[in-house]
Write a protein that binds this ligand. Structure first.
Ligand code: MN
Length: 753
């Protein structure tokens, strides 16, 4: 993804001299960062790459007006300073956009530099070629698959890509809103999970904070302000907490650092959202970190000693102890986490790790072990086994790529459990994995034939959830075949794609006969199964692919009698009722709107060219005027409007960028929109009366439903009302909040949500 333009925008007013100085300063900073890793001859290679990039990009500027070369320079610095890669990667970062955007060819690079460099640049070019393509969702998902494939080949490609993306996110301010949303969504959808999986916690965290900043600016600002306002109090508390520990650790002769640090903004936001709490109610807004400078042979012992000292002062919560030192996480993370009761009855999380572990936590496993000069380590095998796993999953044929990415993403984020084969080999699986996932993890052949398992010598069904420490023996039968319902309980990408591949193959065979039936029907009509006709029919029967259509025909789920409603133009089928219009045609039928709003009014939303377009509001987030929204062109239901903070937004924006329509609300005071709020409060007999007073008395809103549940003196209620816009909703919430006994009000995404 390149953020650039040939004409400078905005107020950019640096002279050529100043620019030269800045560019040189950046280059020198890069050299300084590489210092320890520079060998003989490296410097001239670097210089060569730098000059080549400067020359290649000399006529281009970024959207901000800056010379383009500052981008590759910044990417190179991230690659070196924040990921810890060496000279080869720095060279590649400097040249990462040249083959795609300038006259320079891959052959030029191969000639001037070594084979590694040209291979990496080739990988980077392939990724950027595919990311921005205008195509269907499968194409988009296929892109992600390609990204993952390059990862499996040489992790440096993806590490440089992550640096590239990070810098683009840092400079997203100068892009237009549409681009911001698309880039930010793509980042949360694929790049930050990857950074997480590769153990690049700092980068992952910054990416997610920036994505939040651009997708939900209000929330971002609120939390930032909240953090600022509470800083003084927090610092005081942290100092009080740390003081006795510091004294004791120094007294015992430890060489260490101890500090408190606030959690990332997006993680605070996740807590608020998942637990339905306000900023003030998020209790673990910071964590205490202790970093020990221990020699390798004493690391484990020292960390546990420190744990024991902490618990002499503060009482630990036994359920919150995490030992990632004895068994590191799959992405290489090592540390001891505990949560203890601090002064004033507050739970405080403490993370204990050594300086080496800390470096892995910040820069990731790949950087630390694989490409840094120095001895390899046992840790390398962790990365290797992850990459091996990735290659296996990617290699499975016939998987639907959109699904695949979804499944794979789940794998990236979940907590892990550690289980054992009958021979005592350890396997790492995501939490919630079943016996069947275990079977697929060992081998897909074992998975497709699995009929059950013995967990700790006890017979269990396929769907049995396994736990850390379990020892599992898979039982198979040659007569076994995967079935649709297996997908209900398997959780790993490998198992899912294994089952799906089998089912798809099965379906393909059935579909073959449907295809033949259709072919004969069309021949009778004097036409053929041409690409045009297939598309026309897939659309008419509302199927997602030709395969689905053939399958539905084979199992007689579609009525081929409807073919008589088609007219033949030459050999092209055309549905009679379908009119050919220009691209501003009505996108939705009026009936749907009548149901939704009680009257047949034409609602308008303004796209880029202020066309009047009909649309539907997405059920998943129920937007109202005033919300930040985008339009999404669905395949059968016209334009749908989603909130940019809709739970599905990231997925849609990242996968179907080409179907996004920029929208904003028209000023329209006549129509009201259904929305809902959830309220919590202390039980009060008069509360319903007061609420209805506000709704129908003061604000004269039209209420659709009000339900209140109360238990043990606390009540929770859901109110669905029609409002004109966000302003009215806010007014409503403020009035509710002013009532005695109501403690919390939050908007809900959908009536079920
Ligand atoms: Mn770039």
């Amino acid at each position: 993804m390149d953020i650039k333009s040939t004409t400078p925008l905005g107020v950019y007013d640096k002279s050529e001299e100043e620019e030269k100085k800045i560019i040189l300063r950046e280059y020198r900073a890069l050299l300084r960062a590489l210092k320890q890793n520079i060998k003989k001859g490296d410097k001239s290679l670097l210089r060569h790459a730098f000059e080549m990039a400067v020359e290649a990009h000399k006529t281009t500027r970024r959207k901000s007006g800056e010379p383009y070369i500052l981008h590759p320079l910044a990417v190179a610095r991230i690659v070196v300073e924040e990921i810890g890669l060496g000279v080869t990667s720095a060279i590649c970062a400097l040249l990462h956009d040249t083959v795609e955007d300038t006259e320079i060819t891959l052959e030029d690079i191969a000639r001037e530099f070594n084979n590694n460099v040209s291979k990496i640049i080739d990988g980077l070019t392939k990724i950027s070629n595919v990311v921005d393509i205008r195509g269907n969702s499968t194409v988009q998902a296929e892109n992600f698959r390609k990204i993952l494939l390059t990862l499996a080949e040489d992790p440096r490609v993806i590490l440089i890509k992550l640096a590239d993306r990070l810098h683009n996110m840092r400079t997203l301010d100068s892009m237009n809103r549409e681009k911001q949303l698309k880039i930010a969504s793509e980042t949360t959808y694929i790049y930050s999970p990857l950074a997480h999986r590769l153990g690049l916690y700092e980068i992952k965290s910054e990416m997610e904070d920036l994505a939040l900043k651009f997708t939900q600016p209000d929330i971002y600002t609120d939390i930032t302000r909240g953090l600022k306002e509470t800083r003084r109090e927090r610092t005081r508390y942290i100092n009080e907490f740390i003081k006795p520990l510091k004294e004791e650790l120094s007294h015992l002769g430890f060489d260490f650092e101890i500090y408190g640090r606030p959690k990332a903004i997006h993680s605070i936001w996740n807590k608020m959202r998942n637990k339905h709490v306000t900023f003030e109610e998020v209790y673990d807004i910071f964590a205490i970190r202790i970093i020990l400078k221990s020699p390798p042979e004493r690391e484990k012992e020292d960390c546990w000693k420190v744990y024991s000292i902490i618990t002499n002062f503060y009482h630990p919560n036994p359920e919150r102890l995490r030992d990632w030192i004895s068994v590191p996480k799959g992405n290489g993370y090592e540390a001891l986490h505990t949560t203890v009761m601090g002064p004033g009855g507050r739970w405080v999380e403490v993370q204990i790790r050594t300086a080496r572990m800390n470096e892995i936590a910040e820069k990731g496993l790949a950087a630390h072990w694989k490409y840094k000069e120095g001895a390899p380590s046992a840790q390398e095998s962790k990365l290797d086994s992850f990459l091996e796993h990735l290659r296996e999953v990617l290699a499975s044929p016939n998987t639907d790529t959109v699904d695949f990415i979804q499944d794979f993403k789940l794998d990236l984020f979940t907590e892990e459990i550690y289980v054992y084969t009958p021979k005592g080999d350890m396997r790492v699986l995501p939490k919630g994995a079943t016996a069947l996932d275990f079977a697929f993890d060992i081998h897909s052949q074992l998975g497709t034939r699995c009929i059950g398992a013995k967990v700790n010598h006890k017979l269990v069904p396929l769907s049995h959830k396994i736990n850390s420490g379990d020892q599992i023996e898979v039982i198979t039968s040659s007569k076994q075949h995967p079935s649709e319902d297996w997908l209900q309980f398997v959780v790993t990408a490998k198992a899912k794609s294994g089952v799906k591949a089998y089912l798809k193959e099965d379906k393909r065979k059935t579909a073959e006969s449907g295809k033949n039936m259709l072919k004969r029907r069309l021949e009778k009509m004097n036409t053929t199964l041409s690409q045009h006709n297939i598309n026309e029919l897939v659309q008419h029967y509302k199927k997602s692919s030709p395969l689905d259509l053939y399958y539905a025909i084979a199992v007689s789920n579609v009525d081929l009698g409807e073919l008589k409603n088609f007219t033949l133009y030459g050999d092209k089928l055309q549905h009679q009722s379908k009119e050919i219009k220009n691209d501003t045609k009505e996108l939705v039928d009026e009936d749907a709107l009548k149901i939704k709003h009680g009257k047949g009014v034409e609602l308008v939303i303004f796209g880029e060219r202020s066309d009047k377009v009909l649309y539907k509001l997405a059920q998943c987030c129920q937007p109202i005027p005033g919300d930040d929204v985008f339009g999404f062109v669905t395949s059968g239901e016209g334009l749908k409007i989603h909130r940019t903070d809709c739970p599905n937004a990231a997925k849609l924006l990242a996968n179907y960028g080409h179907r996004i329509v920029k929208t904003k609300w028209a000023k329209n005071k006549e129509i009201s929109f259904l929305t809902g709020v959830r309220i919590t409060g202390m039980d009060d007999v008069g509360v319903i009366q007061k609420i209805t007073n506000i709704i129908s008395g003061e604000l004269k809103l039209n209420m659709r439903s009000l339900s209140i549940d109360s238990k043990d003196g606390i009540f929770e209620g859901t109110i669905m009302v029609f409002v004109h816009d966000r302003e009215e909703l806010n007014m409503f919430c403020n009035k509710l909040g002013a009532l005695d006994g109501i403690t919390k009000i939050e908007r809900i995404d959908s009536p079920e949500g």
